[in-house]
Design a protein around this ligand. Structure first.
Ligand SMILES: Cc1cc2nc3c(=O)[nH]c(=O)nc-3n(C[C@H](O)[C@H](O)[C@H](O)COP(=O)(O)O)c2cc1C
Length: 352
């Protein structure tokens, strides 16, 4: 049924905030860490793969069933077969989800070649059928996360029209094409176009690196709020900072020592006793790739962190760079030229 109200935000009257769905990142542990520093209004799971043999992945279901962040979580699906999608929605409705979200943006070639995720943006007629199916199957909220198009924004207006036709309740727009992967300019002007065109609230997504940037993007696009992904890995305080800034407050950088505490909390949260330390360290390094963008303008932390093989080596690097001058600021925006390693070739994972 369309027209359901969205879950109440943390600060009514302030822009909405959401943690972007990220495969291998937005699991229960990471959601808890982010909630500790200042939860977003909404969480989205990483995508459930939907195909003829699929059942909802247990590790993703955990982020719904054991969600103790006190914030709602939407379940994201990626797929294109109508009966499989319908079956999966029925299965997910047995869990405490805030709603169903459809992925129309994943740029991984192995995904879009199967005509799912971002691949569907080449076929508005198929999107029409899928939206009709999911709308009918979802008694509660039904939301969509999309990019501007596949290799051009040619189908953008047509898809926005479908969003209206099928009474989508919330639309997140990553302002890039599928072919751009995670690089290149974000077209906030086209996000503004989506805001003009659709009846539901829109979340602007793509390179929202700070609360200041969120405020500027909201002013430019008139979006209802922002969805933030990689910059929330670097700065888990960002959702709280957006609320504070938009309420007229001032956002000052935190000291490096607080970022060091974040790394420790993250390490503990992501620790799995069944996983050997070496793999554990490799996993946290994927997150530190983003953290390192705010530690020092020369990128020395990043370079040394990448060489660490044990937990002791890793935290020795953290201590050298984050505790030697603990009051030094942890930059609100990434330092120019200090880049997180590109995502792995499929574009969806966090490359090492
Ligand atoms: C590691 C990683 C995994 C991602 N996984 C998903 C996903 O499962 N579903 C999805 O809709 N988008 C996924 N995305 C895209 C993000 O949700 C978001 O749209 C994109 O990163 C742009 O936002 P940002 O600049 O704030 O990171 C992923 C992005 C990254 C970096």
């Amino acid at each position: 049924m369309a027209g359901q109200t969205l879950p109440a935000p943390i600060s009514p009257g302030q822009p909405l905030t959401a943690l972007a769905p990220m495969q291998d990142v937005t699991n229960l542990s990471f959601m808890r860490v982010v909630a500790h520093y200042g939860a977003p209004d909404y969480f989205f799971t990483e995508f459930f793969r939907v195909h003829s043999q699929s059942t909802p992945e247990r590790h993703i279901l955990r982020s719904i069933d054991e969600n103790d962040t006190h914030r709602p979580v939407f379940a994201q699906l990626i797929g294109e077969n109508l009966s499989d999608l319908e079956r999966t929605v029925r299965e997910l409705l047995r869990h405490p989800i805030a709603g169903i979200d459809l992925n129309l943006g994943c740029p991984a070639p192995k995904v879009y070649k199967k005509n799912v995720g971002g691949g569907l943006l080449r076929d508005p007629a198929r999107v029409d059928e899928i939206l009709a199916c999911l709308r009918a199957a979802s008694p509660g909220l039904f939301t969509v996360k999309m990019r501007l198009g596949f290799d051009s924004p040619e189908s953008f207006e047509a898809i926005l029209e479908l969003v209206n036709r099928h009474d989508v309740d919330l639309l997140s727009v990553h302002g890039r094409l599928v072919k751009q992967m995670y690089r290149g300019n974000v077209r906030y002007d086209l996000i503004a176009r989506a805001v003009e065109r659709v009846r539901c609230p829109v979340l602007a997504n793509g390179e929202i690196a700070s609360a200041e940037k969120a405020r500027a993007v909201i002013a430019q696009t008139k979006a209802a709020g922002v969805m933030i992904g990689r910059h929330a890995i670097r700065n888990p305080w960002i959702f709280r900072q957006v609320r504070e800034l938009c309420a007229g407050g001032v956002v000052a950088p935190l000291p490096l020592s607080e970022a060091r505490d974040y790394v420790e909390r993250l390490y503990e949260a992501l620790t799995d006793p069944e996983i050997p330390e070496k793999l554990q360290v490799a996993r946290i390094k994927k997150f530190l790739n983003f953290v390192g963008q705010s530690v020092d303008p020369e990128g020395l932390f990043l370079r040394e962190m990448r060489r660490a093989l044990t937990k002791a080596e890793l935290f020795a690097v953290c201590d050298r760079h984050m505790l030697a001058e603990p009051d030094k600021p942890y930059s609100l925006e990434p330092y120019p030229g200090v880049v997180a390693r590109p995502n792995c070739e499929d574009g969806c994972g966090l490359g090492t």
